[in-house]
Design a protein around this ligand. Structure first.
Ligand code: ATP
Ligand code: MG
Length: 724
C-alpha cells in the first residue's frame, strides 16, 4: 500500500494524526471515532513511509486479543508480518521484559505468574500462619489491599507505619506475602509492572537500551491506565521517545482496579509539546444508537467534553423488552437471534452483553436449548477451570520446583494420602527455614522428620514430578501434557466426579492436550522453552478466549470485556436497577458515574441494532429480586426507544411506571382464562408464572416457570391450573 492508499480511508483529522511528523500525540475522542484505526495506521505509516523499523515500535493494547488483531491488521496493511514489533498488554510486555532480564530483576529464571485464585490461596495460608481468622480478616480484603498498593507502585517497605490495627495487620500480611512470592518465584499481575518498573530504575544502562530501542510508543485505551502503568510508560519514554496515547475519558471503566482518568489530563504536562487531536465523526453506529449513547453520558459531570456526530443512517429504534423473569428475557433474546440469523447474518455479528458474570448461565441455557453456538469471554474461563488449573500446576512444578502455589494445589490432587497435618508440617518447616515447600519436603525426608507413611507418599509425589520434568526437553508440548495427565491420574480422578461434571472435566483435559498441540509460541526468543512460554500465555490469556475459537458463534461477555469491540447486533441484558447500575454503586456518585460510562461503552458497541432487555423479577445468586428498569434507560431520549411486546411490537412513548405484567394480555392467551405473566398454581409443581402459550383451546401448550420446579410445558386441559 502506498502513502495515499494508507490515508485513503481516513478523514482529514485522522489522516493528519497518522501522517504527523514525530512528536507526542494525544488522541482524545469518543467511541467508534476511529481511534484504534488511527493507531494501527500510524504504525503502518511509520514503518512504510518513514522507514522506521518495526523493531523500534512498541504498541500497548488493552487485551491480548486486541494485540493479536492489531498484528493481523498491520500485516494486512503492510503486506508483511511486522517482525520485531512489540505489541501486547502492559502486563504481557512487562512479563516479556522480566523473562529476558530475570537476573537483574532478582527473579528465578522460571518464575511463574500468580493468578488471582492462587493469590487468594497464598494469602489464606499467610493468614493462617499469622493467626488471622477468615471472618474478621477475609483473604479477599488483604488481596485488594495488596493489589491496590501495587497498582499505586507502593511496596510494603514504602507504606508508612501507623498504630492503626487494620493498617498494621494489612501491612504485615503484605510483607509476608511479598516474601512468600519471592521465595517461591511467583509474580502476581501488579508485580509484573512494579518489578519491571523497578528493573529500569535500578538499571540505567538497561533502561537506556530500551529507550533507544523504542523511539515510538503507542498506547490504546489510555483512559484505563493505572498509576504504575503510567509511571512505567513515563520512565520508558524518558526524554527521547515519542508517545501516542489514544483514549476516551467517557470510557474509563476500570477505576475499581486502580485506573486513573487523571492520566489523560496529566499527559500534556508530562509530555511537553503534545498535540491533541480530536476526532468527532463516529463511523460505527447508526444515528439513533449514537444519540442514545450521548443522551446517557451527558448525565455525567466533569467530562472533558467531546461531540460526536455521524453521517450514517438514522437506523432502527432501540428495542426495549421487559421480561417477566430472567428466563423469559433469555428466551426473547434467543428468538431475536433466530430472526437475525434467518436474515442471513452470521452468528459472530451478535453480542450479548451483561453487567455480571452470574447472568450468563441462564442465557447460555436458552442458547443451548435452541442449539445456537455461543462463546463466552471471561466467566467460565478455560484456563480458570479446576481441572485445567490442576494440570497447569503440574506443568509449572516441572519448570520450577519452588513454585509453592502449584505445589499446594497438587501435592494431594489426585488424593495420594498426604494429609493436612503433613502439609502443615512442611509449611512450618519451610517458613522456619525460609525456603520453598519443595526443598522443605526434601530436607524433611532426608532428616526423617516425616512419618514413614507420609515420607513415602511425599517422595512418590516428588519423584512423579521429577520423572515428568526429566522429559520436558525430549517431548513435544502436547506429548508432555498427555503424559502428565496419564501419570498423575488426573483424568480418572476428575472422572470420578458424578454425572456430566466429571465427564466435562475429562473432556476439558482432552481439550487441553489439543490446545497444547496447536500452541504457537508468542516469543521469538530461542532461549525460552515452549513450555515456559505456554504457561505464561495461559496465565495471561485466561478468560480472553475459549477453546472453540474458530466456530461462528454468538459472543457473550461482560460489558467490561466488550471495550474496544463492535458488533452489528448487540443485546444489553439485565438493564435494571441494582444490577446495572450495580447495587454497590447506586449510593456512591463516583461509582455511579463509572457505571454510566459502562452503559456508554455498552451502547456504543452496537453498529446496526441494539436491544435493551430486563426482567421484572430475577433470580440471581439464589435470590429473587424485583427491580425497575435501569435509570440509564430512562436517560435515553424517548424517541430513540421502542418497547417490544410479546407477539406484537407497539411503538409508543415509554411509560416507566408500567402496570404489572399480568395486565399485559397478549392475543394468544385470549379465551384460555389465563394471561401471560399471570401467577398460577399447579397441584404438583406448585406456584409459577405463565411465560408462553402456543395454540388455543384445551390443547393449548402452556409454558410455566414454577418457583421451585423450574420451567415446564404443559397441556392446558390436563394441567389443572388455578389462578393464584
Ligand atoms: P472505541 O472507542 O470503541 O475503541 P475507536 O475510536 O477505537 O472506538 P475504531 O474501532 O477504530 O474506533 O473504529 C470504529 C469503526 O469505524 C471501525 O469499524 C472502523 O473501521 C470504522 N472507521 C473508522 N474510521 C473510519 C473512516 N475514516 N472511514 C470508514 N470507516 C472508519
Ligand atoms: Mg478502540
Amino acid at each position: 500500500m502506498n502513502s495515499s492508499q494508507l490515508l485513503d480511508h481516513l478523514n482529514p483529522p485522522q489522516a493528519q494524526a497518522v501522517s504527523a511528523p514525530p512528536g507526542h500525540q494525544l488522541i482524545l475522542a469518543g467511541a467508534g471515532s476511529g481511534k484504534t484505526r488511527v493507531l494501527v495506521h500510524r504504525i503502518a505509516w511509520l514503518i512504510q513511509q518513514q522507514g522506521i523499523s518495526p523493531h523500534s515500535i512498541m504498541a500497548v493494547t488493552f487485551t491480548n486479543k486486541a494485540a493479536r488483531e492489531m498484528r493481523a491488521r498491520l500485516e494486512q496493511l503492510l503486506g508483511v508480518n511486522p517482525r520485531g514489533l512489540w505489541v501486547g498488554t502492559f502486563h504481557g510486555l512487562a512479563h516479556r521484559l522480566l523473562q529476558t532480564h530475570w537476573q537483574e530483576a532478582k527473579l528465578p529464571q522460571n518464575f511463574q505468574i500468580l493468578d488471582s485464585d492462587d493469590q487468594l490461596r497464598l494469602i489464606k495460608r499467610i493468614h493462617q500462619a499469622l493467626n488471622l481468622d477468615e471472618k474478621s480478616w477475609p483473604a479477599r480484603q488483604s488481596a485488594s489491599y495488596i493489589n491496590a498498593h501495587k497498582d499505586e507502585g507502593c511496596r510494603a517497605d514504602h507504606v508508612i507505619e501507623t498504630s492503626d490495627l487494620y493498617e498494621r495487620t494489612m501491612l504485615s500480611v503484605y510483607r509476608e506475602y511479598e516474601q512468600a512470592c519471592q521465595t517461591a518465584g511467583l509474580v502476581d499481575f501488579g508485580e509484573l509492572l512494579l518489578r519491571s518498573h523497578e528493573l529500569w530504575l535500578n538499571n540505567p544502562v538497561l533502561l537506556r537500551h530500551y529507550q533507544e530501542r523504542f523511539p515510538f510508543i503507542l498506547v490504546d485505551e489510555f483512559q484505563d491506565t493505572n498509576t504504575v502503568q503510567y509511571a512505567w510508560l513515563r520512565v520508558l519514554a524518558g526524554q527521547q521517545c515519542w508517545v501516542t496515547a489514544v483514549g476516551d475519558d467517557d470510557q474509563s471503566i476500570y477505576g475499581w482496579r486502580g485506573a486513573k482518568i487523571e492520566n489523560i489530563q496529566q499527559f500534556d504536562q508530562d509530555f511537553p509539546g503534545t498535540s491533541t487531536i480530536r476526532l468527532e465523526q463516529n463511523y460505527r453506529s447508526t444515528a439513533t444508537i449514537l444519540q442514545a449513547a450521548n443522551g446517557v453520558i451527558e448525565h455525567n459531570f466533569g467530562r472533558l467534553g467531546k461531540t460526536l456526530h455521524t453521517e450514517g443512517e438514522q437506523g432502527e429504534a432501540i428495542s426495549l423488552y421487559a421480561g417477566f423473569n430472567e428466563q423469559d428475557e433469555a428466551r426473547f433474546i434467543v428468538s431475536q437471534i433466530d430472526k437475525w440469523i434467518g436474515l442471513g447474518n452470521r452468528r459472530d455479528s451478535i453480542a450479548i452483553l451483561y453487567r455480571s458474570n452470574a447472568q450468563s448461565r441462564v442465557l447460555e441455557e436458552a442458547l443451548l436449548r435452541e442449539s445456537v453456538p455461543y462463546r463466552i469471554y471471561g466467566g467460565h474461563r478455560f484456563y480458570d477451570r479446576l481441572e485445567i488449573k490442576n494440570i497447569l500446576a503440574y506443568l509449572r512444578l516441572m519448570v520450577n520446583r519452588d513454585d509453592d502455589a502449584a505445589l499446594e494445589r497438587v501435592i494431594n490432587t489426585p488424593t495420594r494420602g498426604i494429609g493436612g497435618k503433613t502439609i502443615d508440617g512442611i509449611r512450618l518447616f519451610a517458613r522456619e527455614q525460609g525456603c520453598s515447600l519443595w526443598s522443605a519436603a526434601e530436607k524433611m525426608i532426608t532428616n526423617k522428620a516425616l512419618s514413614n507413611r507420609a515420607a513415602s507418599s511425599v517422595s512418590s509425589f516428588m519423584s512423579l514430578v521429577q520423572t515428568l520434568a526429566d522429559q520436558v526437553e525430549s517431548l513435544q508440548l502436547h506429548e508432555l501434557a498427555e503424559k502428565a495427565i496419564a501419570l498423575t491420574g488426573l483424568k480418572e480422578f476428575h472422572g470420578k466426579e458424578k454425572g456430566e461434571k466429571g465427564q466435562a472435566r475429562q473432556e476439558n483435559l482432552d481439550e487441553f492436550v489439543s490446545a497444547c498441540r496447536v500452541y504457537q509460541p508468542t516469543s521469538d526468543d530461542e532461549d525460552t522453552s515452549i513450555l515456559v512460554d505456554f504457561l505464561a500465555s495461559a496465565a495471561l490469556d485466561a478468560g480472553e478466549e475459549q477453546a472453540d475459537e474458530f466456530e461462528d458463534a454468538v459472543q457473550l461477555m461482560t460489558l467490561h470485556s466488550a471495550k474496544g469491540l463492535e458488533f452489528p447486533l448487540v443485546f444489553m441484558a439485565g438493564v435494571e436497577e441494582n444490577l446495572f447500575p450495580h447495587k454497590m454503586s447506586v449510593e456512591d456518585p463516583t461509582r455511579l458515574e463509572e457505571e454510566r460510562r459502562l452503559a456508554y461503552v455498552g451502547i456504543t458497541r452496537a453498529m446496526t441494532k441494539l436491544y435493551l432487555t430486563y426482567a421484572e423479577t430475577r433470580r440471581i445468586h439464589g435470590k429473587e429480586s424485583f427491580n425497575s428498569v435501569s435509570r440509564f434507560v430512562k436517560e435515553i431520549p424517548s424517541e430513540c426507544l421502542q418497547e417490544v411486546r410479546v407477539k406484537s411490537t407497539v411503538t409508543r412513548p415509554i411509560e416507566y411506571n408500567r402496570p404489572p405484567a399480568r395486565a399485559r394480555l397478549s392475543d394468544s392467551t385470549e379465551g384460555l382464562g389465563f394471561s401471560l405473566g399471570q401467577r398460577v398454581s399447579h397441584p404438583i409443581f406448585g406456584e409459577g408464572v405463565i411465560l408462553h402459550v402456543e395454540g388455543s383451546g384445551p390443547n393449548a401448550h402452556i409454558e410455566i416457570n414454577f418457583d421451585d420446579a423450574g420451567t415446564k410445558r404443559l397441556v392446558l386441559q390436563y394441567a389443572k391450573l388455578e389462578a393464584v
